[in-house]
Design a protein around this ligand. Structure first.
Ligand code: GUN
Ligand code: FE
Length: 421
């Protein structure tokens, strides 16, 4: 049991914040048992960790992160998606065949996630089974909750970074069996890179594995116009990009699709019907000149939308930064699209980066009773005089102006986690 005291703020619904000033967050067995303004009598003897005037918020959830690309952040961003993949991404990812390299670089990834208060993440590794297991070990040791995917790709890929279809499926099944019950908070996720690099046989085989072992799925959908055109020419028999994943058996409520920038209303309806989550990655979409995801159209259609950094197309690890970028993107979308699609509010963006992504991990990202207790303590003294601001304003200021130095504690499932070594 643990009791943290401070200014507690979180979202239950996207429309508004729940604020408990100077209050108590009570954790039992890794779960939130309640938030109290006054501590109940039976808890009076339990030691309280008092964080004074600091903010206490749910941990951040990053729904889309390429671990091997962390080494590339900030590089090669003068290109659009397809040449960027060829020139920068595939050559870097190919290096993770080397286990020493993987161990060293993946430890840096865990440190960066820890620093930035990302308590849960959904990550791509590379096509290498051993490198993927190293990433899972590193995250498990760090105490960070994660879905980690061994990437699958068997066509339209360079000779030095491609798999044979049958071998890819065999290796993936082996890896699922080796890891699905190995860790408490780290799990495998099936990861066809995207339609251009995955044959029909591979995608269908992966869908079968997903069904057989009840494993979640992640991929990319409609990030870039050139990519969308290419997919159309590869599969003229389907009427949309989303319909291809659907036809392969990969689109359901266990699936997260990154980007979804260029989708028709029909595709948006399909995502909603299937219960697929979209990972909105505004930073990456700016960097690779991909466009702006019309988030409001997805939300209005009932699609669940969460946030991703998409490191290394995204150059920042903090989901708090992605929150402000998602709001900025929605403002540009509003301006350039007839001022019809409403901008995101701060509470909506916060919800997307905590509870909406947390749903993928089941009951994570909120302080409602029964939620897994992932929490951050934020000391915002460096950001301005807090005495004349509300708790909600102080959180907003952290989202826009804060950085990892303001995060003074990180808890995952009730456990305090320290910097990975
Ligand atoms: N589409 C296919 N692979 C990738 C990738 O590594 N990054 C991004 N941003 N999009 C992709
Ligand atoms: Fe990506």
């Amino acid at each position: 049991m643990k009791i943290l005291k401070g200014n507690i703020i979180y979202t239950v619904v996207p429309e508004k914040f729940e604020v408990y000033e100077n209050s108590y967050l009570v954790e039992i067995d890794g779960k939130v048992s309640g938030v109290y303004k006054h501590l109940p009598e039976e808890l009076k003897d339990v030691e309280v960790e008092d964080f004074g005037d600091s903010l206490i918020i749910p941990g951040f959830v990053d729904m889309h992160f390429h671990a091997p690309q962390f080494q590339n952040i900030g590089l090669g961003l003068d290109e659009e998606l397809l040449p960027w993949l060829e020139k920068y991404t595939f050559p870097e990812e190919a290096k993770y065949d080397n286990e020493e390299y993987a161990k060293r670089l993946y430890t840096n990834v865990a440190k960066a996630l820890w620093k930035n208060g990302t308590t849960r993440a959904v990550l791509f590794s590379t096509i290498h089974k051993n490198g993927t297991k190293i990433l899972m070990d590193v995250l498990d040791k760090a105490g960070i909750g994660a879905y980690v995917g061994k990437v699958n790709m068997d066509r339209n890929s360079p000779d030095f970074y491609i798999e044979d279809t049958d071998e890819s499926l065999e290796k993936t099944e082996e890896w699922i069996l080796e890891t699905k019950d190995k860790y408490e908070l780290v799990k495998p996720i099936i990861t066809p890179r995207f339609v251009p690099t995955c044959s029909e046989k591979l995608m269908k085989g992966l869908a079968e594995l997903s069904d057989k072992y009840n494993i979640k799925v992640q991929s990319h959908l409609s990030e870039n116009e050139g990519e969308v055109e290419w997919v159309k020419s590869l599969h003229p028999e389907f009427n949309s990009y989303a319909a291809i994943y659907d036809g392969m058996g990969l689109l359901n409520d266990r699936t997260v699709m990154a980007h979804t920038v260029h989708n028709t209303d029909e595709e948006i309806k399909l995502l909603s019907k299937r219960g697929t989550i979209s990972a909105h990655c505004p930073n990456a979409n700016y960097n690779l000149s991909s466009g702006i995801m019309p988030v409001r159209r997805f939300l209005d259609a009932g699609v669940k939308v969460a946030l991703g950094t998409d490191v290394g197309a995204g150059h920042q690890v903090g989901i708090y930064k992605v929150m402000s970028q998602a709001i900025e993107a929605s403002k540009m979308n509003w301006f350039y699209n007839g001022k019809s699609e409403k901008c995101l509010t701060t509470s909506e963006a916060f919800y997307m980066g905590t509870k909406a992504g947390g749903e993928f991990f089941e009951k994570v990202g909120s302080f409602e009773k029964g939620y897994t207790m992932d929490a951050l303590v934020i000391n915002d003294e460096s950001l301005g005089d807090k005495d004349f601001r509300s708790i909600e304003e102080r959180l907003q200021r952290f989202i826009y102006c804060g950085d990892d130095r303001n995060i003074i504690r990180r808890y995952v499932a009730g456990k305090l986690i320290s910097e990975p070594k």
